[in-house]
Design a protein around this ligand. Structure first.
Ligand code: F6R
Length: 614
């Protein structure tokens, strides 16, 4: 949440940070702003709304300099207007600050500043830092980094802070606690970003900052210390994807490109995980005996990742006979779950930053449970704090709504199921290899679905003005139904609900009225014949009440086809793999309806890609 960019070097710093902000805009788009130090001292420009508004503002100003920072905001404290946009400055305009996170004790700090006669102009928690740092510089002298260290020791909560001081024109200083921050190390230039997309155009050499660290960047490098000033180290890494991965490649929206990239996302996630007939994880910091001793699994995740967890539950329980509970990460630690050394907590998170999931991980570790992360972002906080990791190699996902990372998460959690089955001996080696081979055939099946989604687009345009759309599924089709409804809500701002089809008769069937579109995700007629039969009855029940039935099933499912007003055929795959093919038409449906309703598919209102607040 919130995107941060910093730069010191020979280029026109304003251009570097504005370009970086464009790449980070998926992290929040309530406002954007920049601060630059140049011949005219420290200058700030900021505007509510998308970066285009900032561009217009910058076109009226002449701002030059080689030290700069920029911010794109997802509002927490204070409405998304010009006044609350970052950067914020102290009263004299000497110090400017941008921030991602929440300073939890800002109320007390603000009251203290007001008692001292400081007038705060915004409603943000961030502005307090500008005044506190300026007061510290005034009272104690020293460098900007010294002053920031002193202030950070007083801050509670999560923050990445980046500051400029008009009196130190060649340095950008940043602090990090529980919010992301990476450095880009170039030749005679240094960058800061919430993630590497901010500077990938200029360098592939990056350094991940640790917790409670401060960094000073200059043209010739960087210095890292902790909040007490002791020397500290970051974690250097090489960025192995390039700029084209984060560009639209001819598609109108990133999300449309990312839907097409799903076969590769799943293929790359599976790659290298079967070695000499054995399933291997990416990072493994517990031993086989510990895996064998696990007697209970919790999967914790949010939103789309939670749906991936629901599918994973079916696979893990089926293959290992170990009970699995799937929990919304935001609820997990607050309800005091029963955890011990034999519990495995699986945290699924595309970003690896989600505050709800991170706190669930910390709670699990406090209780001595083992934690395995499934994550798309190398070196992010959640995998760093976990005992084992499976990375989803989906590449950068820029569209705010998750698509390719969802299918990659499903692949990773099923891989985990096989790893557990192997360690516990609940499946023979050859069975595991067969299941893994089936997983490896999934990318082709997804590619096949992608070739036949044109009728889904036409259907989407027909139903785009419906007041609501319902989604029904059973077994692994239920989380797919939930995911279909979530995509529609977030992209098209349309009311949608997903239900387990069997529940319908216990209440929700009252919603059915003439012409109401209901999307049904059918179980396989051969894989789950009994469930298929029950589902046919459920479809007949809603059809009898006037629903417009949109049925997704295998091409030769003639019984379902007979009940369908619109039939969407998908290839036949093993039951536990069916979400890979049934999800795709629902993503296309939501994206197309969103476009028909004039919504911004990549940047739905009120949302941000990385949710770093609880
Ligand atoms: C929906 C979506 C969100 C995320 C959720 C978790 O399209 O993207 O529901 O799935 O915010 O995010 P991560 O996976 O980064 O923890």
């Amino acid at each position: 949440m919130c995107g941060i960019v910093g730069y010191v070097g020979p280029r026109r710093a304003l251009d570097v940070v504005v370009e970086g902000l464009r790449r980070l805009e998926y992290r929040g788009y309530d406002s954007s702003g920049v601060a630059v130090i140049g011949a005219d001292g420290l200058q700030v420009a900021k505007k509510a709304g998308r970066i285009e508004n900032l561009d217009k503002e910058l076109a009226t100003r002449s701002i030059t300099g080689s030290t700069a920072m920029g911010h794109t905001r997802w509002a927490t404290h204070g409405a998304p207007n010009d006044r609350n946009a970052h950067p914020h400055t102290d009263a004299s305009g000497r110090v400017a600050v941008i921030h991602n996170g929440i300073i939890e004790n800002f109320g007390a700090l603000r009251a203290e500043l007001e008692r001292d006669g400081v007038e705060l102009v915004s409603e943000t928690d961030t502005e307090t830092v500008a005044h506190l740092v300026a007061a510290q510089l005034e009272a104690q002298g020293g460098s900007l980094a010294d002053a920031l260290r002193a202030v950070c020791r007083r801050l509670q909560g999560a923050f990445t802070l980046v500051l400029l001081d008009a009196q130190e024109p060649d340095v950008v200083v940043a602090a990090r606690r529980n919010s992301p921050l990476v450095l880009g190390v170039g030749d005679g230039e240094t960058f800061l970003g919430s993630d590497v997309a901010a500077f990938i155009e200029f360098t592939r050499e990056a350094v991940e900052l640790g917790q409670n660290q401060i960094v000073e960047i200059r043209r010739d490098g960087y210095v890292i210390t902790d909040f007490d000033g002791k020397p500290a180290e970051g974690t250097p890494f090489h960025i192995d994807w390039d700029l084209t991965a984060a560009e639209k490649g001819g598609y109108e929206y990133f999300m449309l490109k990312e839907i097409q990239e799903q076969p590769a996302a799943v293929r790359d996630t599976l790659l290298g995980h079967l070695v000499s007939g054995q399933i291997v994880l990416d990072e493994q910091r517990f031993d086989q005996q510990e895996l064998r001793d696990i007697d209970k699994v919790f999967i914790v995740a949010c939103g789309t990742a939670y749906h991936a967890g629901m599918i994973g539950k079916q696979a893990i329980e089926h293959w290992t006979r170990v009970p699995v509970e799937v929990e919304m990460a935001s609820e997990f630690r607050y309800r005091d779950p029963v955890l011990d050394r034999q519990t495995l907590v699986v945290a699924i998170s595309q970003s690896g930053e989600t505050a709800d999931t991170l706190e669930a991980v910390r709670h699990a570790r406090d209780q001595r449970a083992k934690v395995l992360a499934i994550c798309n972002t190398n070196g992010a906080q959640i995998p760093r704090e976990s005992d084992a990791v499976i990375y989803t190699h989906a590449g950068p996902e820029i569209g705010v709504a998750a698509t390719k990372t969802f299918l990659a998460q499903v692949a990773a959690v099923e891989l985990l199921g096989l790893a557990l089955a192997q360690a516990r001996g609940t499946k023979y080696g050859d069975e595991i290899i067969r299941e893994f081979d089936d997983l490896c055939s999934v990318p082709d099946a997804i590619a096949e679905v992608l070739t036949v989604v044109e009728p889904v687009r036409a259907l989407a345009r027909e139903i785009a003005q419906s007041k609501t759309i319902l989604f029904l599924g059973r077994h692994v089709g239920y989380p797919v139904a939930l995911e279909g409804a979530l995509k529609l809500k977030e992209l098209a701002y349309m009311h949608a609900e997903g239900f387990p089809a069997g529940e319908l008769k216990h209440g929700p069937i009252a919603l059915i009225e003439e012409g109401l579109p209901v999307v049904v995700v059918m179980p396989s007629p051969t894989g789950r014949p009994l469930l298929h039969q029950k589902m046919l009855s459920n479809v007949a029940e809603i059809k009898a009440r006037g629903a417009r039935t949109i049925v997704i099933s295998e091409a030769d499912d003639s019984a379902a086809r007979n009940l369908a007003a619109h039939f969407i055929a998908v290839p036949s795959v093993p039951t536990l793999l069916s979400p890979f093919v049934t999800t795709v038409p629902l993503q296309v449906l939501a994206a197309e309806i969103a476009q028909a309703r004039g919504c911004d598919v990549d940047k739905p209102r009120n949302l941000a890609k990385s949710v770093t607040v609880e």
